[in-house]
Design a protein around this ligand. Structure first.
Ligand code: AMP
Length: 111
């Protein structure tokens, strides 16, 4: 079981900023920007590579929740979304998550 499933199950604490039946958003414990939130599905999918057609509605839902969470967090100047996948992508927690970063101007390209 990943640490994010434990957050969903309230077995470990997190600073939750959004929740519905399908997903949960909470502040990253090591923020890389003034606002750094992780949006996760409640169903345990390891990464983008584990998605299939059965997750179509889930993916749509997550995409539609991103701007809601960003607005709730006051990210009027814009924000960045990142999904790290696999070792070369820098993924460290194997429960699909979308980073939502903002609150300052972000550099590009990433390292
Ligand atoms: P990634 O490297 O893309 O897999 O991102 C995993 C993220 O999860 C990192 O930014 C971590 O700081 C964050 N993280 C790990 N454990 C926790 C936790 N208990 N609560 C909040 N964020 C966490």
């Amino acid at each position: 079981m990943s640490i994010f499933t434990k957050i969903i199950n309230r077995e470990i604490a997190a600073d939750i900023v959004y929740e519905d039946d399908i997903c949960l958003a909470f502040r990253d414990i090591h923020p890389q920007a003034p606002v750094h939130v992780l949006l996760i599905p409640k169903v345990a999918v390891e990464s983008l590579d584990q998605l299939s057609a059965e997750h179509r509605d889930l993916c749509s839902h997550l995409m539609l929740v991103i701007p809601k969470v960003a607005a709730h967090l006051g990210l009027t100047g814009g924000y960045r979304t990142v999904i790290n996948t696999g070792p070369h992508g820098g993924q460290t927690v194997f429960h699909l998550h979308i980073h939502i970063l903002g609150g300052r101007s972000l550099a590009w390209p990433p390292g």
